[in-house]
Design a protein around this ligand. Sequence first.
Ligand code: HEM
Length: 411
Amino acid sequence: MHDDGFLDLIDHDSFANGVPHRTFARLRKEDPVSWNEGNDEIKGFWSLTRHADIALANKENQIFSSAQGIRLEDQSREEYLARRTFQETDRPEHFAVRHAVAPNFAKPTVAKFESLIRELAADICDKALAKPEFDAVECIAKQLPMMMLGRILGVPDKDLDWLIEKGDALIGNSDPDFTDHVVDKMDTSAYRLMPFRSPAGIELYDYAEDLLHKRREVVAEGILAKMMCDENGLKELEFKNFFCLLVAASNDTTRYSIAMALNLLAHNPDLIAQLKTGQYWNTCADEFVRLAAPTMHFRRTATQDFDLHGKTIREGDKVLLWFVSGSRDETVFENPNDCLLGRSPNRHLAFGQGGIHVCLGMHLARLEVRIALEELIKRIDTFEAIEEATWTRSNFICGVKKLRVRARLAA
Ligand code: HEM
């Protein structure tokens, strides 16, 4: 679908060739609090597209509540209660769980993974580059987040392919490449109590239940073991939903950030030369994540009427915070569509910065993106696309699905 600046954000097809950045640029300029009509399935909603407005809504988290769902989909109270994780709660409930799990994701904790990440990334790059041509998403971008997810959760490597397939089916629930149950093309009401209204949710619930009842091995040092048995222990449904959240939230997001970097390298040899100078390793990961902004939006619900730029958002209205748009706001970022590896400060919103729900995994994600690239760059002289990249069909998660490349090894 051609992005003429007027694409409908409710339509997953508007995103099938990549993010409709012209539409977001127009909305930022002309209609920053824009009302989107609903359809047969989904009620209408507001879109906030400017950096400052998204930051404001994130800060005013009692007015812009997460506690009625964070996806565009309308949920009944029953569906909400069955599927919610702490991400779908407000203070003080949110704080209690966040406080319990946060130490596992703190910067110093994650820094201890650096040598493991490097070992895995080196092996992944060696295997990928052994072939003259390959799909860089499948062979590089997908591999590292998947392996790290296994280490962090504490589940065995042999389960990872299966977990990732199910995670893809959850988060990619509008893309026929990832699921047979495409949410906007068929009736998924049988799965309405499952995460992402997806049958994959049932299988992930069963897996989590086996972990919980010790029918399946889990490594004692992993996060899951900690969440199962100490004073932080979650109740059964909470644990299952937390498990699904980690499988879905940590994996595709980091994959698509690495994939964005690879897609940029494959079309801009100059970026490879710049990275080879070694000057940009502290800043480049954030620039790639800014440009990728893989979870394009999260939703809030207004708990009271709120006036903004001459519009009144009514109590009960759904409000989408388009992090993908705020991260390219021309009033904040110079040349917002360019990849400036040394961009600093880089006040992007791709991790939901400024809000109480700011990404728990951001330190890990940054480290993975940086190290994957360091290991790749030292091994290659050239890296070029041999086919156009393909993109996810989703107005929620955005990323390069497939990127066939040819690489020449460094002398
Ligand atoms: C580049 C990769 C990533 C991106 C772009 C990303 C993006 C985000 C965003 C935008 C939010 C805020 C949601 C909101 O405002 O409602 C979020 C929250 C979250 N992320 Fe990430 N994420 C990434 C990687 C990860 C990883 C690696 C993990 C775990 C290992 C993770 C776990 C979480 C969790 C648990 C939350 C919910 C936090 C809360 O509600 O307090 N994410 N993420």
